[in-house]
Design a protein around this ligand. Structure first.
Ligand code: IMP
Length: 173
């Protein structure tokens, strides 16, 4: 396995500061913003994003498995860990590592929208538009990338490489 850096740590951090500033500017001053981190891949993006934001942020964590999504266009997403608190009347932002086919995010948006948030938006660090199987709205995108399998900065291959501070392309040799 060979790792080739695609996005360097400084570039990730600079882009996250821009996203944080954009999010802060988009919501009325003083109103709380509730960030929902999608585990596990979203943990590092979430940690850096919230540290670039003001104290009006609250957060929660959800975990889903996307078993079967690569072979079936219908997708098959399962809830592994639900949120601890309700979303009714809150400004909610889903914080995801990457949008690939879009099936996981579509599932998440559907179930969270049903909980009657005041608003629901999505922030994704990475997007691979060429792989999309369903159209899904993403309000804040960090980087658009080509159809390459990437690891690092939260993203894994068989649970490895999540701790890299860069995004790297993983080539099977
Ligand atoms: P989707 O449902 O196809 O959009 O898949 C989203 C999920 O697939 C992400 O949250 C990741 O967990 C995983 N995934 C998609 N592409 C990659 C990749 O290039 N590297 C690591 N994980 C990926």
């Amino acid at each position: 396995m060979a790792l080739t850096t695609l996005i360097a740590p400084d570039d990730i951090q600079a882009r996250i500061r821009e996203l944080a500033a954009q999010i802060e500017a988009d919501y009325p001053a003083g109103e709380e913003i509730h960030l929902v981190c999608v585990l596990k891949g979203g943990f590092m993006f979430m940690a850096d994003l919230v540290r670039a934001m003001s104290p009006r942020v609250t957060m929660d964590f959800i975990a889903v498995s996307s078993y079967g999504k690569r072979t079936k266009s219908t997708g098959e997403v399962r809830m592994l860990k639900d949120l601890d608190t309700g979303l009714e009347g809150r400004h909610v932002i889903i914080v995801e590592d990457i949008v690939d086919t879009g099936l996981t995010l579509t599932y998440l948006q559907d179930i969270l929208r049903a909980r009657a948030p005041k608003s629901l938006r999505t922030a994704c660090l990475l997007s691979k538009p060429s792989r999309r199987e369903v159209q899904v709205a993403v309000d804040y995108t960090g980087f658009t990338i080509e159809d390459k399998f990437v690891v690092g900065y939260g993203l894994d291959y068989a649970e490895k490489y999540r701790n890299l501070d860069s995004i790297a392309v993983l080539d099977a040799e």
